[in-house]
Design a protein around this ligand. Structure first.
Ligand code: PEP
Ligand code: MG
Length: 325
């Protein structure tokens, strides 16, 4: 499939109306990095750091993590890489960490909640990231932020670690960007100051959708019940896009849905200008985006919303079949 889109690799995802959508890739292993070149991704929009913690029987050492993150940055050849701090709990359990029995792990002690309560691991990971950057730009985002204070606190830990490294005489990142993942509906309605403080926002659509519709992403019985193109969900995406625009804060979508061409098109029509996806999806998404006018797509979406439709998918698919004919 990658072959089919090879001629698009070095072309931008620019729509007929002149909007350019940044396409980046999701990764989690060193072995994913060659795809950066092959797919034409503009960077790594989401580097999941869990695997290095999960695939072992004890906490990884700071030096080992720093070496790995450094190799990731080397392999990116200057393209931006967004590292997500440890997102454990729920479905991802560390064998060497005692955790409470929880009735609802997806709603429980996970991700940033663990990071803020057990600061040692998070601080060690932040130190590893700063050392890996070794004078290069560093982008870090914190997962599963549900309220402003969690972001403020996590961000302060990173700033404290920067200060500590400075005092130790280590080289600091040339540029530091600190972002939040928006994966809980509450964060979409956080104070304006949150959107201003974040250097960037990344919508974790897999979790956001699960919590928005109260439908377990792992449960086959319910997970397909709610369409991503449901008007309620698209309206939430629009709200986030608008709030980020008002704060002049870049926003991206990094859940699996970003890699589905029709979904990607609708997100762009709602105002998103950056999407992160598995590398194999970049070609197909770019192929569609380059053939559409977002203003037309938006008019179709707005008409469907006005008509009381539950999902805009039928209207968008029908319009596309004519527009692309
Ligand atoms: C998400 O929730 O959309 C996301 C990108 O993170 P993960 O799938 O790792 O939870
Ligand atoms: Mg998530």
């Amino acid at each position: 499939a990658q072959e089919r889109y090879a001629d698009l690799r070095d072309k931008p995802a620019t729509t007929l109306c002149g909007a350019t959508i940044g396409l980046t890739m999701n990764a989690g292993l060193m072995a994913d990095l060659p795809s950066l070149e092959n797919s034409g991704a503009e960077g790594v929009g989401l580097f999941r750091t869990e695997l290095q913690f999960l695939a072992r029987s004890n906490v990884p050492r700071r030096g080992d993590l720093a070496a790995l993150y450094s190799r990731v940055l080397d392999a990116a050849h200057g393209k931006p890489v967004t590292f997500r701090t440890l997102d454990i709990g729920s479905d991802k359990v560390l064998p060497y960490m005692k955790r409470p029995e929880e009735p609802n792990p997806a709603l429980g002690w996970r991700a940033i909640r663990v990071g803020l309560d057990k600061k040692g691991i998070m601080r060690m990971q932040l130190q590893a990231l700063i050392r890996a950057a070794n004078g290069r730009p560093l982008r870090v985002m914190f997962p599963f932020i549900a309220q402003f204070d969690e972001f403020r606190e996590a961000r302060q830990h990173l700033l404290d670690e920067i200060e500590r490294e400075r005092k130790l005489g280590h080289v600091l990142p040339e540029q530091l960007e600190i972002g939040a993942m928006l994966e809980t509906p509450s964060l979409a309605f956080a104070p304006r100051q949150f959107f201003e403080m974040a250097d960037f926002i990344s919508i974790g659509g897999n979790d956001l959708k699960q919590f928005f519709f109260a439908a377990d992403r792992e449960n086959e019985r319910v997970r397909r019940r709610y369409d991503t193109l449901n008007v309620s969900f698209l309206t939430l995406i629009e709200t986030v896009a608008n709030r980020c625009a008002e704060a002049d804060t870049p926003v991206s979508f990094c859940g699996e849905d970003a890699g589905r061409p029709v979904e990607a098109l609708c997100f762009a029509a709602m105002g998103l200008r950056s999407l992160s996806m598995r590398p194999a999806s970049i070609g197909p998404v770019k192929h569609l985006l380059r053939r559409v006018d977002l203003n037309e797509a938006r008019a179709v979406i707005d008409d469907a919303r006005e008509s009381g439709a539950q999902s805009v998918r039928p209207a968008v698919t029908e319009w596309l079949s004519k527009a692309l004919a």
